[in-house]
Design a protein around this ligand. Structure first.
Ligand code: SF4
Length: 191
């Protein structure tokens, strides 16, 4: 395993994630059918933020961005639910996941790594997104979800040998971050 991946996995454990795994580059398959699911707008986020389609960029732009990286990790937060309708537990796990992921990404950046994070869920940094009238207010913190990027999360997990489902009465939140060495050329401004 590359030292950069070993370090990232240990930082993920320190950040509080329940599970993590190296991200295989062949797991990053950006799919038009996932974009079709976004267009169906069941999450009511399509065209609402800079981090959701179409504002987050085309699948081709995503492919171009990730092609600059050879390393990355996948992280999971597993929430325990009383039953399958325990929305409080789901929301709590989502909030913990977001907090831990932002902390992990910030730590990697502080160490000088070039990163491209893909989280879970729509961007909630601002009460109202500026999309599409003005530039993003926090491009250094805003990130697309894995689904918004065009990834089928269950497939990515399978290819990386990490469970997508962690058993009865659990809810699992997943994110990934691509990591480049400190001396890697910075991503273009739109990354
Ligand atoms: S940081 Fe604010 S402006 Fe940028 S995508 Fe998120 S909600 Fe929109």
């Amino acid at each position: 395993m590359e030292p950069i991946v070993e370090e990232a996995l240990s930082l993920a454990a320190a950040a509080g994630f329940d599970k993590s795994a190296p991200l295989r580059s062949d797991a990053l398959v950006f799919r038009e059918e996932v974009r079709d699911m976004c267009r169906a707008d069941r999450c009511r986020s399509y065209g609402k933020t800079w981090t959701c389609p179409p504002g987050c960029g085309t699948l081709e732009e995503m492919r171009r961005k990730v092609s600059a990286f050879t390393d990355g990790i996948l992280v999971e937060t597993i929430g325990k639910m009383e039953d399958e309708f325990d929305y409080e537990a789901i929301e709590a796990a989502a909030a913990v996941h977001k907090k831990h992921f932002q902390a992990l990404v910030a730590t990697l950046r502080k160490k000088g790594y070039v990163v491209f994070p893909m989280g879970a869920g729509r961007c909630t940094i601002c009460r109202e997104c500026t999309y599409p009238d003005a530039p993003c207010r926090a491009p250094e913190r805003a990130m697309p979800s894995m689904e918004a990027a065009g990834l089928l999360v269950s497939d990515v997990c399978e290819r990386c040998n990490i469970p997508y489902y962690n058993g009865k009465n659990t809810t699992t939140f997943i994110a990934c971050v691509l990591i480049g060495a400190p001396d890697a050329p910075p991503l273009s401004k739109d990354a």
